[in-house]
Design a protein around this ligand. Sequence first.
Ligand SMILES: C=C/C=C(\O)C(=O)O
Length: 267
Amino acid sequence: MCHRAGVMTVSGDPIFMPASTSLPELLLAIRRGQLPPPASVDGALVPATEAAAYAVQDTVGRSLGPVGGWKVGASSPDAEPACAPIHTATIFSDGATVPADTCRHLGVEAEIGYRFARALPPRAAPWTRDEVLDAIGTAHPVIEILDTRFARPGSLHKLLHAADQQSHGAMIVGPGTTAWRTLDPVRERVVLRINGKVAVDHIGGNAAGDPLRMLVWLANHAARRGMGIGAGCVVTTGSTTGTIFVAHGTDVEASFPALGPVRAHLA
Ligand SMILES: C=C/C=C(\O)C(=O)O
């Protein structure tokens, strides 16, 4: 990775940028097609802290339209979760064709999502676990598509990818069930099919363990960021299948016995 001020590389070739270019400006220029996705960026642009990465999400997010959901994940049951808001422009319904220009990379992940029937807005007192759970309306099978505004997913500093909306590309939300309290997300089976063939068949959720813990964390994190969780927002809780990169033109289906299937065509 190149650490000189004002330089990034695209396919190994240096591109000189004004030294004053900020990370939000860079990410927005890439999103607008004004700059190609870089393979490396100036080391001075790497956020120094998670809070700095979230501030970049906030600045970029103001240009991405209304928020319709969140993604949240954690590397272990005790680890501090990480998150990003998801905008309505990249949220699709069951059976949707996701237009080809939505994502460059298509990293397919099967996830469990929760739709909030009631808002949890910013407030002085922390949201309690009971209050957060009482605000959930339905649970859903979800496909999240991982993408990146950099050249390759996961190739740069973790906090650059965190700032880049935690590598969110698109989210497809399947039908919901109100019986979410009887769902055991930690022991639920998931089958991910790619073009009709089973790619992953797994029981046991993901590294984060209990997703409800992450929803409580997110409610308070989003409140501290002045956003809160809006009524109708879907929070997706991390991949239960790892990430399967597929080509454009692929059909995907994720199915959980307690939730049913969600399908999409990735054009
Ligand atoms: C915050 C991001 C988490 C994920 O993308 C994941 O666990 O799948």
